[in-house]
Design a protein around this ligand. Structure first.
Ligand SMILES: Nc1nc2c(ncn2[C@@H]2O[C@H](COP(=O)(O)OP(=O)(O)O)[C@@H](O)[C@H]2O)c(=O)[nH]1
Ligand SMILES: [Mg+2]
Length: 389
């Protein structure tokens, strides 16, 4: 079969090429729209592709001389019937489909244009030539106000011709993200006697227990430190079993406690450890009673640092509520989990910037102990500005 593929910027340009190269009777076998990505995935370019052939047999359009070999003579059809059959033939349907596709593409372009225009109306302060970069930040969930501030700062740093140099703009935005996103570095023990006590708090299911296991395994196996584990999560048997499994594998002591006295006693009993990691039950941010109970238990443990664990996959509303409520307990640093599952990670920048707390770790998967990284602004900038994990 004489099969050929044609690509052009519009469907009608592709059709013209088909006609020129293969003649007016060419049969369209397949059409599709291809999207070619540009820098940072902004405004993908549309291409139209047509696959056509010169010599596919379509029975109803075959010249009379070629139909003579048919075993049974065909009755003559009335013109309307022939028209209907032509429409229902693959060729007819392809032509109808092409018409629909090009109309749809026209509409899509129009909607896109309208969205961009209305965004521009909403943010008149964003200069035209930097609008795509602003849009990219917004699409990655950077808060609108913060994105606008970043673009205005960028405008002061660059000359107009730089707007056409995406790599340069990326560098400048990375520098800004590094300034906006303070990081805490890894957990370190600065005292010379007694354990360094670290507690993780946060909503249910964000990954606190898994993160405790990752931290404990890294301290124990990579840094050869003596690590003790305490869990205040006495609500669910499964939660205790989960941590016990890791404590057994690591050969670390584990205490399960439910009262302030038990908590203080557990910390004292691990006096020979260099680090004590405290896991807590995920309290619902709405449950004020349990939150104040958590506050009491934590106070008894006298932690050196308390990390609030937040999931990148949670909605901004959930994250905001968790921050408000858990701040009443105590928050020194922030851990963001499930970066691997998040569609966009701008929320990390928004939260850290708004709270003025530093980012300690990010977690990037379910595997203990590997899927954890010390929070680095450059890494986050890469993720926000288009890098992938
Ligand atoms: N994809 C992904 N899943 C995670 C990550 N951290 C934890 N999880 C999963 O999230 C679920 C809840 O974790 P868990 O540690 O029990 O949460 P907790 O209720 O806060 O203690 C489990 O299925 C974990 O395997 C992460 O970084 N990425
Ligand atoms: Mg847990």
């Amino acid at each position: 079969m004489d099969l050929r593929t044609f690509r052009a910027n519009t469907m009608s340009a592709a059709l013209t090429e088909v006609k020129q190269e293969m003649g007016p009777n060419a049969m369209i076998l397949h059409t599709r729209t291809i999207y070619k990505p540009r820098w940072l995935g902004l405004r993908k370019r549309e291409m139209f592709e047509i696959t056509a052939s010169r010599n596919v047999r379509v029975p109803d359009r075959t010249p009379r001389s070629q139909t003579q070999a048919r075993p049974v003579p065909q009755p003559l059809r009335p013109p309307a019937e022939a028209g209907r059959q032509l429409l229902e033939s693959p060729a007819g349907q392809n032509v109808a489909m092409i018409g629909l596709i090009s109309e749809l593409n026209g509409l899509k372009g129009l909607v896109k244009e309208l969205v961009v225009r209305s965004d521009r109306i909403r943010c008149p302060e964003i200069p035209e030539e930097l609008f795509d970069f602003y849009n990219h930040l917004i699409q990655n969930q950077v808060a609108e106000e913060l994105a606008a501030t970043m673009i205005k700062t960028l405008q002061k740093q660059i000359r107009p011709e730089h707007a056409r140099q995406p790599e340069f703009i990326k560098l400048k935005l990375t520098e800004q993200i590094e300034r906006l996103l303070p990081t805490a570095g890894p957990i370190v023990r600065t005292k010379t006697t007694g354990p360094h006590v670290v507690a993780l708090i946060g909503p249910t299911g964000v990954g606190k227990t898994t993160t405790i296991a990752k931290l404990a395994a890294n301290l124990k196996l990579r840094e050869k430190r003596r690590v003790g584990l305490i869990t205040l999560d006495t609500y669910r048997i499964a939660a205790i079993d989960q941590l016990r499994k890791y404590a057994d594998i690591l050969g670390s002591p584990l205490k399960v406690v439910g009262t302030a006295e038990e908590t203080a006693a557990a910390v004292r009993s691990m006096d020979d450890c260099e680090f004590i990691l405290i896991d807590t039950a995920g309290r619902s941010p709405n449950d004020a009673l349990k939150l104040s109970e958590l506050k009491g238990l934590l106070a008894a443990a006298k932690p050196d640092e308390v990390h609030l664990v937040l999931s990148t996959t949670a909605s901004e509303k959930c994250v905001d509520l968790a921050i408000t409520r858990f701040s009443e307990v105590r928050v020194d640093k922030i851990i963001f989990t499930k970066i691997d599952e998040a569609a966009h990670v701008g929320v990390v920048l928004n939260v850290i910037h708004k709270l003025n707390k530093s980012l300690s770790y990010i977690t990037t998967g379910q595997d203990v102990p590997d899927d954890i990284e010390v929070g680095k602004a450059k890494r986050l900038a890469q993720l926000i500005l288009g890098g992938s994990l």
